[in-house]
Design a protein. Structure first.
Length: 548
């Protein structure tokens, strides 16, 4: 055995030991503790199987549906456990292995690069009459093995890390490293920690948890679980407010975003502010229908815009002169995204349909909005259908399509690539990952999945197609002949739960064609490219509150 092979084997053994240690921690913490009458609370995180089962139950039962479009770990957990006491949170443990390329969507603080990557979220919660506390940090370990990247041009202006995205220099800039350095990474993230103070109808406090705004399963356009959570203060409705005019839910946040360690060499702009407002309305005359609006505003440290007031500027922009569209004035150091979304659930049919439409550049006037309504737009459309098969067994079908590529208005006016920015170099990212749709800037995707759910297990399969960052297809970074960078993948997944703990195993086989747009002509009639195969294995231990 060569020295390289022995070293690789040693790394794999160490990774397995760490994973076994984490599993032992789960067994020694969650199960025996309950026998000792010490409180153990289920911890429901975004994109977990527990969250998916909550949504499935809304589809086939009379459960409340008007709160689900503004969600987070603290909101989800409060729905399944409201006991006022000190509690140990059931840990969530995840291990992911990529054989050839990074593949990491909606993984939060974890970046699943090539090789093994692990994340463990653990902690405790406390509930008092008017105070809720969750301390749930995330411990992350990433093997970060070598794979092919195109380095950032060292002669480019401004200078950046060689790992920075070479396809997004100014003016359409974004902090989206192709690789997070060339060393193993280990760190402790604040994770899903939250402190909330409850008033009669609202709650306020501080948090680092991920926020998911909108109805999407895979690609929420405004905020999702793709990047690490960011520290923020918040004010929100404690529970949806039910009135004669319908049910209202809302949340306002003011937080701070951080640059990754693999972007630029300027330490003066490593942080930015982000403010956001989202609210939903469920009309009393249309059961199962929820409509919503959301907006986030990002501002650099040098911007003079006060971040909270900037959140409401979208209303002012529509009131501009309907005849003065000769020029567009950009607010230096500030960018925004606003979104309209909706979800309609039909429990008697076991069906729901949803959609989200967003605009990345605010209109300069009402005339501008009417003339180019789709300028800088992006959208997500999807549905879910459920059909009972037997007692406590349900078949679920999911489909979702997202489109964030430059829209057709680019033929008559410039269109910036989604999530990038000319005013804030890092774009809509936190610690090097996009805040919204997991597929990232200028991309599109289609997703189809079918699963059978029982009380103690599930089994299913899925298909997905992703066209990566198609807005930069014709950038001269690759000087030769280019093709679209596309991933096609098929996956199998299954889970089993026991005594409040769920084990989920997910395996995906993916083919990535024309990796990083690299193609070449073989002869006059044939084109070839850099095509790679990647296998992703993910194993997750998490809370199973439906089986307690």
């Amino acid at each position: 055995m060569t020295a390289t092979a022995r070293s690789d084997l040693k790394v794999r053994i160490q990774s397995c030991r760490r994973w076994i240690t984490l599993c032992a921690a789960l067994a020694s913490t969650a199960l025996p503790v309950r026998a000792q009458n010490v409180g153990v609370s289920p911890f429901v995180t975004l994109t977990s199987e527990a969250e998916e089962r909550i949504r499935l139950n809304q589809l086939i039962s009379t459960l409340d549906k008007d709160w689900f479009l503004i969600r987070s770990a603290s909101r989800l957990t409060s729905r399944v456990d409201s006991v006022a006491a000190w509690r140990i949170l059931t840990p969530e443990l995840r291990a992911t292995h990529n054989s050839s390329l990074p593949f990491s969507l909606n993984d939060g603080a974890l970046w699943a690069g090539r090789g093994w990557s692990q994340a463990a979220t653990f902690g405790f919660s406390a509930r008092f009459p008017n105070v809720r506390l969750i301390v749930a940090p995330t411990l992350v370990s990433e093997e970060n093995k070598e794979f092919q990247v195109i380095p950032y041009n060292r002669d480019a202006t401004p200078p950046r890390s060689i790992w920075a995205d070479p396809f997004h220099p100014l003016p359409e800039s974004i902090d989206l490293p192709r690789r997070f350095g060339d060393q193993r990474r280990q760190r402790l993230d604040l994770g899903q920690s939250t402190l909330a103070i409850d008033a009669p109808h609202v709650s306020f406090g501080a948090s680092n948890e991920n926020l998911w705004w909108g109805p999407a399963f895979r690609n929420a356009i405004l905020l999702s679980a793709n990047a690490s959570g960011f520290p923020h203060a918040f004010v929100e409705t404690r529970r949806p407010l039910r009135t004669s005019a319908g049910t209202f839910d809302a949340q306002m946040v003011l937080g701070q975003l951080h640059e990754s360690d693999y972007f630029d060499l300027d330490s003066s702009n490593d942080t930015r502010s982000l403010s956001g407002l989202v609210f939903t309305w469920s009309p009393p005359s249309a059961a199962g229908l929820t409509l919503g609006f959301g907006r986030i505003v990002m501002a650099s440290r040098s911007s003079r815009a006060f971040p909270i007031s900037a959140t409401f500027d979208v209303f002012r922009s529509v009131g501009h002169s309907i005849v003065d569209t000769s020029s567009r004035v950009y607010d230096s150091g500030r960018e925004q995204i606003f979104s309209l979304f909706g979800r309609w659930v039909f429990p008697t049919a076991g069906f729901e349909a949803y959609g989200e439409w967003a605009r990345f550049e605010e209109p300069t006037s009402l005339r501008d909005l009417m003339e180019f309504p789709g300028h800088s737009q992006g959208y997500t459309l999807g549905f879910q259908w459920a059909r009972p098969l037997a007692v406590q067994r349900t078949f679920q079908l999911q489909a979702e399509a997202s489109y964030l590529e430059p829209d057709p208005s680019l033929r008559v006016r410039p269109v910036a690539i989604s999530y990038t920015s000319h005013a804030v170099p890092q774009g809509f990212t936190n610690r090097g990952k996009t805040l919204g749709a997991a597929i990232g800037p200028g991309a599109s995707s289609q997703w189809l999945a079918g699963d059978v759910f029982a009380r103690t297990w599930r089994a299913g399969a899925y298909l997905e197609r992703i066209r990566w960052d198609n807005g930069v297809l014709f950038e001269p970074i690759i000087p030769q002949f280019k093709r679209q960078d596309i991933t096609l993948l098929a996956g199998l997944r299954g889970s089993v739960s026991w005594r409040g703990v769920n084990l989920l195993v997910d395996f995906a086989h993916a083919a990535r064609f024309y990796y990083l747009f690299q193609a070449y002509t073989v002869d006059e009639s044939r084109v070839a490219g850099i095509d790679l195969i990647n296998n992703t294995l993910s194993v997750t231990l998490s809370s199973a509150p439906w089986h307690r």
